[in-house]
Write a protein that binds this ligand. Structure first.
Ligand SMILES: Cc1cc2nc3c(=O)[nH]c(=O)nc-3n(C[C@H](O)[C@H](O)[C@H](O)COP(=O)(O)O)c2cc1C
Length: 181
């Protein structure tokens, strides 16, 4: 691709001390020089999904998804499931289809997280999002993986995240080359 690859990173948590929001900031710092990672900031502005005309916030959310070459989702597990705020945001795309065939990497970071991870995989499969091999990562015990500066201090976790990011970048690259041919 002869321009920077654009990835939109979305944290599924609104908590001020969110580990998932720390994760997207870390991944943004680790992006290779040919990749630009933008962090979606509008999650709290999205109204509850309904059948009415989309608000400005919804239009902007859909546009940011459409403009990105790939999406990185970092999600917690709350109450044995996916977080409601992010699920609501995804519901706004079901009819408009921004995530159909979209390269997408999923990181579920929680205390355990297995239920939310499985649910997200089912949801993104139903939406026909393109999660590549190696593009889905479950990080349990997430709070133990950071140091006091909010940096990922666990080397194995950092490596696993970088591999997940790489899988996303690779699939974006492959799609771009297929279009160029
Ligand atoms: C309301 C709430 C519910 C939670 N429920 C679960 C759960 O069902 N499973 C789990 O693995 N962790 C659960 N946790 C722990 C979170 O996974 C952990 O705090 C994680 O850091 C949350 O991500 P965040 O910091 O990005 O919000 C819960 C935390 C909160 C605040």
């Amino acid at each position: 691709m002869n321009r920077k690859i654009k990835i939109l990173a979305v944290s599924g948590s609104l908590r001020a001390t969110s580990t998932n929001s720390l994760l997207v900031k870390e991944v943004q710092k680790w992006a290779p020089s040919n990749v630009e990672i933008t962090i979606y900031q509008g999650l709290a502005t999205l109204p509850a999904f309904d059948d009415q005309e989309p608000t400005e916030a919804v239009i902007s959310w859909r546009q940011q998804l459409a403009d990105a070459d790939g999406i990185l989702i970092c999600s917690p597990e709350y109450a044995f499931g996916v977080p409601g705020t992010l699920k609501n945001a995804i519901e706004w795309t079901v009819r408009s289809g921004e995530l159909v065939n979209k390269p997408l990497a999923l990181i579920t970071a929680a205390s355990s997280g297995d239920k939310a991870h499985a649910a997200w995989l089912q949801i993104f499969s139903a939406l026909s999002s393109d999660i590549p091999a190696g593009g889905a990562l479950l990080i349990p015990f997430i709070r133990t993986k950071f140091n006091e500066n909010g940096e990922v201090s666990d080397a194995a976790t950092k490596e696993a995240i970088l591999n997940t990011l790489q899988a996303l970048i690779q699939t974006i690259d492959q799609k771009a080359s297929a279009v160029d041919q």
